[in-house]
Design a protein around this ligand. Sequence first.
Ligand SMILES: [Zn+2]
Length: 274
Amino acid sequence: MSVDKVQVGNVEIISVVDTPFQLLWQIFSPSVEYAEIEKYKDLYPESYGDDAMLTHAGTYVLRSEGKTILCDTGLGPGPTAMLGGVVGKLLDNLAAAGVPADSVDIVTHTHLHVDHVGWNVNADGQPNFANARYLAPQEDWDLFGSNLPANPHMSQVIPLKDLGRLDIYSGEHAVTSELTLIPSPGHTPGHHSLMVSSSGERAILMGDMAHHPSQVEEIEWCTAFDLDHPTVIENRRKLFDQAEAEGLISAFCHFPQPFGKLVRLDGKRVFQGL
Ligand SMILES: [Zn+2]
């Protein structure tokens, strides 16, 4: 049983999953033969279904300086047809984890893809997190926000702007003095990772810098959703090297274990779940 909660200095981080789902291997990495991907099956058996990658829409709650921060909001209530009709349960799962929706002060997003904004607003376009301000990266807002027909999931973001509840950030952005959003573009132009630094301890939430744990070694494997391959590869190299060198607790939205470390095993970099 993997750990779903960690303490990093004075910051508590809780993993809360919206819903499990499966992603066909061809979508995970269209340019890589499954025989190559299968080589990691013994190392990461929880990520392998019969003909698809087993994953989930993960989110993280952070408690910092008296504030409750939610990083990403999952896939939404659904049913999501393109993923087999899965139904999200984030609000229930947050409440069960001791985080009722109205206790959230800040909602932030690693990026503005469909599986990271899904519970922002309810069916009436009102914030599900009634007392929260929301943060969104400028570059993703610019890319997705101006074309709702092409990006229907932005119906989860645009109403917040109209209600004056959305703060659009660019570059490094301090959420609290312990939590800093740092640019890690490539998957999307505005993708940010959340660095946690408190009392000499550090962790990093890396969103969709990788979707499958094999990618901490195979940094050139790109998914159908990685928009700029050279940039995402460069940023994987940079951030994964840092996470390994500094022994950072590392978290990714789609890995089976919500927290782990990047370590060397027989010369290869692996994700070792906590
Ligand atoms: Zn994602």
